[in-house]
Write a protein that binds this ligand. Sequence first.
Ligand SMILES: NC(=O)c1ccc[n+]([C@@H]2O[C@H](COP(=O)([O-])OP(=O)(O)OC[C@H]3O[C@@H](n4cnc5c(N)ncnc54)[C@H](OP(=O)(O)O)[C@@H]3O)[C@@H](O)[C@H]2O)c1
Length: 243
Amino acid sequence: MQTLKNKIILITGANRGIGKSLVLAALQKEAKKVYATGRDLEKMPDFADPQVVPLTLDITNPEQIIEVAKQTTDVQVLINNAGILTAGNILEGALNGIQNDMEVNFYGTINMMRAFAPILEKNTPARIVNITSIVAYSPLPSIAGYSASKAALYSATLSARIELANKGVTVHAVNPGAIDTDMNKGNDWEMPSSDEVAKVILDKVENEELDIIPEDIGLGMFNAWKEAPAKLADIFHKIYHNE
Ligand SMILES: NC(=O)c1ccc[n+]([C@@H]2O[C@H](COP(=O)([O-])OP(=O)(O)OC[C@H]3O[C@@H](n4cnc5c(N)ncnc54)[C@H](OP(=O)(O)O)[C@@H]3O)[C@@H](O)[C@H]2O)c1
């Protein structure tokens, strides 16, 4: 087990939701420094801790990624948490919503991995932690673009895992089901808080788990998929058609 104590961690989308909770969980783990990045620093909470260094970063802006990478050459753990979700199905959903989800969740995150891989290779043992989703395994058609972007990201995560395997950089995928954040507003499922889930994610990273399902809704869906992929597709069929 490799603890996160004294590690230098960068988190994207750190101003709210799971990202903010990951900053707090990293401080609880006694990280040495946490780069809390977000699109707008005015929206960044005051973490009231000198170990937290806020930085402006929109992951769809390649110049900003390069600028941030220049300022954070000591990073040992990169947590790609930033993401968006646009509702809409494949056949009638707005195409630009699907494109936006791909732009942030897939291209934004792979650009982060590409910029930081050389830094992490110098700061081994190092890690990349990509927050994907349970819909990476099987799509929920009401959020079809999001599902496709997360499936693409999960695939990129598995590629990077193999590419970096002999370079001292471990690549984790986190595939949650449902967590109580702004992304799930209006959903009346019983969901865990982002604070609870962030702690579980970091515990499982320390335990070297590569594919992390950090909460029960996701775990139920993952176990159905593991039994037979059609079983998870059937769960999503019932949700989509309100059966
Ligand atoms: N909540 C769930 O049930 C759930 C389940 C599975 C996976 N996930 C994934 O977990 C991650 C965090 O989600 P969340 O639930 O915490 O959602 P959230 O509350 O909506 O927070 C999303 C975060 O991503 C940031 N972000 C969006 N676009 C960005 C960009 N272009 N550059 C940088 N930051 C950007 C947002 O910043 P702004 O405040 O500036 O918009 C915000 O900080 C996402 O990748 C999401 O897909 C969530």
